[in-house]
Design a protein around this ligand. Structure first.
Ligand code: GLU
Length: 381
């Protein structure tokens, strides 16, 4: 069996291509912010993540971050002992750079006077990073995100405030983003801005929030402003101002959300299934936004004569659709094997077979077990 496995080739596609999830939260409140930030970002856990981080601002910026689940990181390094009544938080779903503490958000500029959390993908980060390095900026992570605080730094160094510098930075960026940024040079505000990644504003009683989704803030306020693409929010202890990408103030409607916290998790739908059915257009859009990533993976497929999907439950049924598509559109014979059977079956796979493991949550025990066995015995692509 080992010998046979050794002939396989496989590649792990680390993330579900349909989901560019993760979550960001920011707040200015009356009390210490770190505990509230952690509690809010916990409400976004359902979106999936691999690491977590918080930055608070009193006179300086304080950052705590680490790889893993919120509770585990909290137990190891205590995320909530940093001072300040304002801050930003992030649960990361790594797209660029491994899920490590170093790559976890928030990311900072060279002087650590700007901190940024980001949800999305900066498509032109390589050229921006090279240019910034040529200009003397020092990078410490492998993420695409880190270009953002350095761009803001560059524009602040030219004499602009955080708001204008962030707006200028977004003009340099190609791709998708929801961003929250703070600076110790302007310790009275948080800037949020979005394009193709979700961002909402929570308007409480002298407490103001930014978040990727409504459930994050619902314990604090049910007054919500939905930001559109290219809109920016400036959060201060006095209130919120929304501007367009030219800096013009916009009048936005504040909506009152009547959902319960439980309904909010389901996006206001009665059942998760209904929510997921309605999310399909967004999921297809998100998947296509990763076209270049998909292309990189798919271009290897022509090397193979057979495909074997390994999956459970809904992923198993999705794989059956995959089998139909691969066979009819690509003419590649395709099998679908239940994860629980994979380690027992010795299907006639050889070095011309591509094995693809699919898991919706990324945590399906049988699929992970099959993958573990495969990783131990198979040859990477
Ligand atoms: N592209 C960024 C990263 O890999 C953000 C990913 C996210 O949305 O969590 O760090």
């Amino acid at each position: 069996m080992i010998k046979l496995f050794n002939d396989y080739r496989f590649k792990i596609i680390n993330k579900s291509l349909g989901e560019i999830m993760c979550g960001i939260v920011a707040c200015i409140i009356k009390d210490e912010a770190s505990t509230v930030l952690l509690e809010c970002v916990r409400r976004l856990e359902y979106r999936g993540y691999d690491s977590v981080g918080i930055a608070t601002l009193s006179e300086d910026i304080y950052i705590k971050k680490g790889e893993g689940k919120i509770d585990d990181v909290q137990e190891k390094i205590v995320l909530t002992d940093i001072p300040g009544n304002m801050g930003i938080a992030h649960v990361r779903w790594a797209t660029h750079g491994l899920p490590t503490g170093k790559n976890a958000h928030p990311h900072t500029d060279c002087q650590k006077r700007i901190a940024v959390v980001h949800n999305g993908i900066i498509e032109n980060y390589k050229e921006l990073k090279n240019k910034l390095i040529d200009e003397g900026h020092i990078f410490v992570s492998d993420t695409d995100t880190e270009v953002i605080p350095h761009l803001i730094e560059k524009y602040m160094d030219m004499g602009n405030g955080l708001e204008v510098a962030t707006r200028m930075a977004t003009k340099d960026i190609k791709g998708s983003y929801a961003i929250a940024a703070i600076s110790s040079d302007e310790p009275d505000k948080i800037i949020g801005v979005r394009k193709e990644s979700p961002l909402i504003v929570g308007v409480g009683e002298k407490e103001f929030f930014i978040a990727s989704d409504v459930p994050a803030v619902l314990d604090h306020t049910n007054k919500i402003i939905y930001l559109n693409d290219n809109e920016m929010v400036i959060l201060t202890a006095e209130g919120v101002i929304i501007k367009d990408d030219e800096g013009k103030v916009l009048e936005k409607e504040i909506e009152t959300i009547e959902w319960t916290s439980d309904m909010a998790k389901k996006g206001g739908y009665k059942h998760f299934m209904l929510k997921e059915i309605h999310e399909q257009p967004e999921v297809v859009k998100n998947t296509l936004m990763e076209y270049s990533e998909i292309e990189k993976v798919v271009q290897n497929f022509s090397d193979f004569k057979r495909v074997c999907f390994v999956a459970c439950g809904t992923s198993y049924h999705a794989s059956l659709v995959g089998k139909y598509l691969f066979e009819t559109l690509l003419g590649i014979p395709t099998d679908v094997v239940l994860s629980s059977e994979f380690i027992f079956s010795e299907p006639s796979l050889d070095s011309d077979t591509l094995v693809i493991f699919i898991s919706q949550s990324g945590e399906t025990a049988d699929t992970l077990k099959a993958l573990k066995v495969a990783k131990k015995n198979l040859k990477p692509l």
